[in-house]
Ligand binder design. Structure first.
Ligand code: UDP
Length: 491
């Protein structure tokens, strides 16, 4: 199939817009969601934006494309031909931790179609922003002579640790590892540290590729804001030797209900209706509900699901818990046990099966705590809405994000996950109930944690509002890549 270069019928003729950004997200929910938020933001500021992706991901973005069209935004979705089956991968690869690295490798086949698409455009785009995991994009951008920025999904705190560990190695002290090159002291156990940097040969090869590709870039885009991570953004810029544009929190890019409703996997038949969840939350007191969800990739084993369910029940608080379809389907015991839990907690517990409208939940006044796996999107979405967190990292950057939330920002209580996901030790129900009660209970420390969370929420909104730091950074970024003659140059 030939790449689609068709532009849709917007209120402006997109071909006359001087600035054209091409965004190349990774085909995985946690990567695509913030880049699509960025696409809407750029289009909302008058730049033409094309989001280039695989047919599978493009289908999932149809709701976003429709809502952008209704809002008359110059945003289009471009499909490049890609069949995961050619590499023995399932259609939804990227939504599953086991297929993530093979998918990174298979996506290199998009380089040829991507170059053909760019050359067929007629006018050179202003800038390509690619997900750091799509390292194949960098060589193409260089060969067609288009400026290049990489989007790094995690916190700048993590990105800085990753870069300095890759350059200088870890400092090891007894049983702890100390992160080098940070403006604050951060320690981790060896177990969590090795999970943070996933030391498998396939991962190391991927990292090497990604690092080589970013050397070709003109800068980085980060989903964060200066009032949250300013010190890490500066250190990351210095370590990279190129500008880092802090443009977030990208989740605050729109308040449009229709746009929020089709974020992520909303078109899946199992996705839960936003209005049903909101109605349930409407009946709850302000700040009373514990929201528990573990992102898009983590799969909670059924023994662990029991502990989560009982922990939430034992906390005595109203709770809204998201259980993945695949987690329920994997175990007949869970299929029986879950309705019993729902019956016991009727009126104060809501179990959502499938994909939940996370932003609508976190922005609801009733939510007072988030039990999170510390994926950066989830953590930032919580901070952006002033909701403190119980931290339960499972893998990758999540352990360092936990340190950021707990030690640096002071908005989190750890559940006590001492080893990465997949290793035998489980978090017990008592740990969950204890962490929830520590976060939501009384006392100066808890009050201060909640106050800090609220304050970061306010600062996040300020950063994204007209004149705020992220708003201004976006203005500068668009100006930087708008051709001075206002027309773009012929290739
Ligand atoms: N998400 C959602 N509904 C769900 C699960 C996840 O909307 O039921 C969204 C969530 O708001 C976030 C993203 O999916 O934007 C998950 O990203 P994160 O970095 O937190 O986790 P990961 O994708 O790495 O698991």
């Amino acid at each position: 199939m030939a790449p689609s270069t068709e532009t849709k019928d917007f209120n402006v003729a997109t071909s006359v817009l001087p600035t054209h950004f091409i965004l190349v997200p990774l085909v995985a929910q946690g990567h695509t969601i913030p880049m699509v938020d960025l696409a809407r933001l750029l289009a909302g500021r008058g730049a033409r934006v094309s989001v280039v992706t695989t047919p599978w991901n493009a289908a999932r973005l149809q709701g976003i494309a429709d809502s952008a069209r209704r809002a008359k935004l110059p945003l289009d979705i471009v499909e490049l031909p890609f069949a995961p089956a050619d590499d023995g991968l399932p259609p939804g690869c990227g939504d599953d931790i086991d297929t993530l690295v093979p998918m990174f490798q298979a996506l290199h086949r998009l380089a040829g179609p991507f170059e053909a698409y760019l050359r067929a455009l007629g006018r050179r785009p202003s800038c390509i922003i690619y997900d750091r995991a799509n390292a194949w994009t960098a060589g193409v951008a260089r060969s067609v002579g288009v400026p290049l920025l990489f989007f790094h999904g995690p916190s700048c705190f993590y990105s800085l640790c990753e870069l300095t560990v890759a350059t200088h190695g870890l400092v090891e002290e007894r049983e702890m590892c100390v992160m080098p090159g940070l403006p604050v002291r951060v320690e981790m156990t060896r177990a969590t540290c090795s999970s943070a940097f996933l030391n498998t040969p396939a991962w190391e090869a991927f990292q090497k590729n990604a690092m080589e590709a970013i050397r070709m870039a003109d800068g980085a885009v980060a989903n964060t804001f200066l009032d949250l991570e300013g010190q890490f953004v500066s250190c990351y810029e210095a370590a990279l030797g190129m500008p880092v544009w802090a443009l977030g929190p990208l989740c605050l890019s729109t308040r449009d209900e229709a746009a929020l409703a089709c974020r992520g996997d909303k078109d899946k038949p199992t996705a839960v209706d936003q209005s049903a969840v909101t109605e349930w939350l409407d009946a709850m007191c302000t700040g009373s509900v514990v929201y528990a969800s573990f992102g898009s990739l983590v799969r909670v084993l059924h023994e662990q699901l029991y502990e989560v369910g009982h922990g939430l029940e034992d906390s005595g608080r109203p709770f809204l818990w998201v259980v993945k379809e695949s987690e329920v389907a994997a175990s007949p015991e869970v299929l029986e046990w879950l309705p019993a839990l729902e019956a016991r907690t009727a009126g104060r517990g809501l179990v959502v099966r499938g994909w939940a409208p996370q932003l609508a939940i976190l922005s609801h006044r009733a939510v007072g705590a988030f039990v999170t796996h510390c994926g950066w999107n989830s953590l930032l979405e919580s901070v952006a809405h002033g909701v403190p967190v119980v931290t339960w990292p499972h893998l990758a950057d999540q352990f360092l994000n936990e340190r950021l939330a707990v030690d640096v920002l002071g908005v989190g209580v750890p559940v006590g996950a001492a080893v990465p996901d997949g290793e035998a030790v489980m978090v017990a129900r008592g740990d969950i109930a204890r962490a929830v009660s520590e976060l939501m209970g009384g006392g100066d420390v808890a009050e201060e944690r909640r106050r800090k969370a609220k304050e970061y929420g306010e600062r996040a909104r300020t950063a994204m509002a007209i004149g705020g730091s992220s708003y201004q950074n976006l203005t500068r970024l668009i100006q930087r890549f708008t051709p001075s003659d206002g027309n773009g140059k012929e290739q």
